[in-house]
Write a protein that binds this ligand. Structure first.
Ligand code: SF4
Length: 921
């Protein structure tokens, strides 16, 4: 495919936004679609629309021009080869009319026969605020059920619940600037360096210039710890005990703000009594931390007025997630350190528009515009505003319960939008089975082949990032525009259009007749303003009259955006810092912030002799969610290209597992196979597996298939970071590394992890449970296609004594592919071999390729650490060992590593620290 112009033309019935011309070629300002930092991006697509130049937007107040490795690679993710470009009905291409009629008919019949509670919509923090608003309006106002939930339930529902309990509203009190003007930043359950890299860079820069103290509270020693003054490696799930102790210590050491407590809060004594019921000895026992470590942490917080506590998924993804949030907030309320520059509790969301979902009622437990389902006045207000026939009057099914209801047969028709629940929900195989058996499943998606589209009856092609038009809200309440800079390919239409069309077919056309996203945004803004008068935090009254031109020109703005504050907002421009609660003004009935008693509870399940390890899950630096976009670029897959299991070296030894062995991890629900990484970064008895790998990229790497469906009783957020598992060496007969020009099918192997390379090639880690009958035949089948089989030279080597087999296929000077197999892990220079794919291979170099290692004239660069500058670990280590580099900047000057986006600087710091440690001992 040469460009977007070459794909099939839209179907004749494809109306709406695709009729509008694409924006003029040139640079467009938009927002990164990955994490909740919400960085501003400037992008200029190439003429074919398949690649683009990308740079950070220097004017955007989230990043001031910075981008991380994922954001910097956005221009490499625009290709169309994996895209869903046309509606599909039961595997066949269909017209929009046919596909939308199928969805509307299925919903209509289920509602007629079983009532509105028999249908559900499962949406995503990837969709835009305008999409979210319409989805919520359709379900809660017109279908009359609150069975709409979002994958943000998996990400930050505990923060929402904690905020509502303490503040009376889901308000994030602070701003990113607080991390730069704080004297102490406590990071709890947050690997900021890998999950929110630009915010990490802002913190690291502030630490350099003003000596900010950083404390990391995390069971793992993550990359974030490279800038930590103290790392508290507490036992998983014990944060409440630690923060209860802190609360009691603050009170005992007279660090509380008595005036703030008296004037602006309620419930102090009761919450303190609960917090103080656990002694320091007991806290040490529960958390596994020493008394000295705990005391040092408590002293640091007590003595530092400007303290920010940043927390993320390590806090939220827990059966006690809401209590963890409130235990943290209690400490900030007690000290009055909230809503002031450099102080406050700060929840950082995972997804780019998790906040937009929270604002528009994307969660089954909320109404739109920060109004409440259980408040009759709010329900009446929203229903009257919408002019809707219904308004849901009770919470709908939260994500885990929703898919359980699909499994039980209560839900007869479900519509999944922009997410991949077959991989991301706990007990994921059960979710896959439930959707497979559900009478009707529709999926709106960008990607054609996901583990969820595989079980859908109807597929609706959705606009991808560069084709979307609307708004997102980042973790500091800043609304930014995502702007369309590419034409809609094929029959693709934006998500809001899918919703409006189905709503129209259900008979609600008059209420879903929008001219574009600006029209939806104005209505949403008007709802936030309706009878608000300062009673609700979310107020966009200043945006209710935005023209299309003003909407297009919208610059990043923090809410509230009140009409009465418009002049001040204009004066402050994009860089306004708006904080809540420094002087009280909470959104509870009495206006007081609430202390919440938070008694410590152990995680919902416990390790046992059969499953003695605790499985923790999380992200890696260069991948995003289920890899549908980040795995499109070899630059990002070069960093970590297969699923892995971190485990402590002593545990590995006890299990008979060496570094790079394949291991099986098994829970009560499922199992996976991944590469062992013994490391002291993790405590004994714990293992860590990344969340990203799906059946599209690995044969047995779906970690959520193992996760128990335990949830927080208040937020409904699943405990994704605590599952008892067993670990054992994987029973495989052979392993291989291969480079091939054709995509292997992962499910054909006992173990396979595949990742794309340039020019349609693939890197593959493979293993099988029985040796092939004939390696030569196996290699030819893997490496060659019908196109090149006839003209390929295959050079092969087999050593019966060691069981090693190697083969490389050539077409003249071009290497078509190579395989390196043995009975254990394969030690070859992968980075070098991949680079050879693009090189001319002379006859004399063929043997060197078969050896799998460069000659002395071409040193092995090792695993790629710096994705932007393409610098390998061995190059960095050499700069440190023999080049005398003693700082990250010196390594950067010598090798280029860490000099572009900076995402790898923490890893370079670790290599420097490892070297310093080795010299010291
Ligand atoms: Fe995107 Fe990285 Fe910024 Fe997150 S930190 S918004 S992934 S550029």
């Amino acid at each position: 495919m040469d460009g977007r112009a070459d794909i099939d033309a839209p179907g004749a019935d494809a109306p709406g936004p695709s009729d509008k011309p694409a924006p003029e070629p040139g640079w467009t300002k938009t927002t990164c679609p990955y994490c909740g930092v919400g960085c501003g991006v400037r992008i200029k697509p190439a003429a074919d629309g398949l690649t683009a130049d990308v740079e950070g937007d220097p004017d955007h107040p989230a990043n001031f021009g910075r981008l991380c490795s994922k954001g910097a690679a956005l221009g490499e993710t625009l290709s169309l080869d994996d895209r869903l470009l046309h509606p599909m009905v039961r595997g066949k291409r269909a017209t929009w009319d046919a596909a939308l009629d199928e969805v509307a008919d299925a919903f209509r019949s289920a509602i007629a026969e079983h009532g509105p509670e028999s249908v559900a919509l499962y949406v995503s923090g990837q969709i835009l605020t305008e999409d979210y608003y319409l989805a919520n309006k359709l379900m809660k106002g017109f279908i009359g059920t609150a069975n709409i939930d979002t994958n943000s339930r998996l990400c930050m529902a505990s923060s929402v619940a904690g905020h509502k309990r303490a503040f009376g509203a889901d308000t994030v009190p602070g701003t990113y600037e607080d991390l730069e003007v704080a004297d102490l930043v406590v990071l709890v359950g947050s690997n900021l360096a890998w999950c929110h890299p630009v915010l990490f860079q802002r913190l690291a820069a502030a630490r350099e210039t003003r000596g900010t103290k950083v404390i990391v509270i995390d069971p793992r020693r993550t990359a974030t710890c490279e800038i930590a003054d103290q790392h508290l490696a507490l036992k998983p799930g014990t944060d409440v005990a630690l923060f209860n102790g802190l609360f009691a210590y603050l009170a005992a050491s007279k660090a509380c703000d008595a005036a703030y407590i008296a004037d602006h809060t309620s419930g102090f004594e009761q919450a303190l009594a609960t917090a103080g019921a656990t002694s320091l000895e007991e806290i040490a026992d529960i958390t596994g931390l020493s008394r000295a470590e705990i005391a040092a942490f408590y002293r640091s917080v007590a003595s530092t007025e400007r303290t920010v506590t940043v927390y993320s998924q390590g806090v939220n993804q827990s059966s006690a997630g809401t209590d963890k949030v409130n235990a943290i907030i209690n400490c900030h309320l007690a000290t009055g350190r909230i809503g002031k520059p450099g102080s406050g509790p700060f929840s950082i969301t995972g997804q780019p528009n998790a906040m937009g979902g929270r604002e528009t009622g994307g969660l089954a437990t909320m109404l739109a515009a920060h109004m409440d389902l259980d408040n009759a006045e709010h329900r009446a207000r929203v229903q009257s505003f919408w002019g809707s026939p219904h308004i849901a009057d009770k919470p709908g099914l939260k994500a885990v319960d929703l898919f359980e209801a699909v499994h039980s047969g209560q839900i007869k028709a479900v519509w999944v939008m922009a997410t991949n629940p077959v991989d991301s929900l706990p007990n994921a195989d059960r979710v896959r089975d439930a959707l497979g058996a559900c009478p009707f499943v529709a999926v709106s998606d960008v990607t054609r082949d996901t583990d969820t589209t595989a079980v859908a009856d109807v597929l609706l092609p959705a606009a991808a990032w560069g084709e979307k038009d609307g708004t997102v809200t980042n973790s500091e309440r800043r609304i930014s525009r995502q702007k369309r800079f590419l034409p809609l390919p094929g029959d693709v239409q934006p998500d809001w259009w899918h919703i409006a069309e189905v709503a129209t077919r259900l008979g609600f056309g008059a209420a879903f007749d929008y001219s574009g996203p600006d029209d939806i945004y104005r209505e949403y803004a008007a709802l936030t303003a309706l009878e608000n008068n300062g009673t609700r935090d979310l107020d966009l009254s200043g945006h209710t009259d935005l023209s299309r031109a003003a909407y297009d020109a919208l610059t990043p703005s923090q809410w509230p955006l009140r009409e009465r504050d418009a002049a001040a907002d204009n004066d402050a421009g994009d860089h306004a810092q708006k904080r809540f609660f420094a002087d009280g003004g909470f959104f509870t009935a009495d206006g007081l912030g609430r202390f919440v008693p938070t008694a410590y509870r152990a995680p919902a399940s416990a390790a046992s002799p059969e499953r003695p390890f605790v499985l923790n899950t999380g992200r890696v630096r260069d991948q995003w969610h289920t890899m549908t976009r980040t795995a499109k670029t070899p630059r990002l897959t070069a960093h970590i290209s297969e699923p892995f299991v971190e485990l402590h070296p002593a545990d590995a030894k006890q299990l008979g597992v060496d570094a790079a062995d394949l291991v099986t991890v098994e829970s009560a629900h499922g199992q996976l196979i991944a590469r062992a990484v013994p490391t002291t970064r993790i405590a004994r008895g714990s293992v860590f597996v990344p969340m990203h790998w799906t059946a599209q990229f690995a044969s047995a790497g779906r970690v959520d298939a193992l996760i128990l469906a335990n949830t927080d009783p208040i937020s409904g957020q699943p405990e994704l970071k605590y599952t008892p598992v067993s670990v054992a060496p994987a029973d495989v007969a052979w392993q291989a590394f291969a480079i091939t020009r054709r995509r292997p099918e992962p499910s054909a192997f006992a173990y396979a992890a595949i990742a794309p390379l340039h020019d349609g090639a693939w890197r593959c880690e493979l293993a099988g449970d029985a040796l092939p009958d004939d390696w030569q035949t196996f290699a030819r089948a893997l490496l060659l296609s019908a196109d090149n089989d006839g003209r390929a030279d295959v050079l092969a080597y087999f050593d019966a004594a060691s069981g090693q087999f190697r083969a490389a296929a050539f077409d003249g000077k071009t290497c078509l592919g190579a395989i390196y197999a043995g009975i254990g892990p394969v030690a070859v220079s992968r980075t070098w071999l991949i680079s050879e794919l693009a090189a001319d291979i002379s006859a004399s170099d063929r043997l060197r390729l078969l050896a799998g290692r460069p000659g002395a004239d071409a040193p092995d660069r090792g695993r790629i650490v710096c994705a932007c500058m393409d610098v390998g670990q061995n190059e960095i280590t050499a700069a440190i060992r023999t080049g005398g580099c003693a700082s990250v900047d010196a390594v950067g000057a010598a090798t280029g590593a860490g000099t572009n986006c900076g995402s790898c600087r923490a890893e370079i710091g670790k290599l420097l620290n490892d070297r310093a440690h080795a010299e010291a001992v």
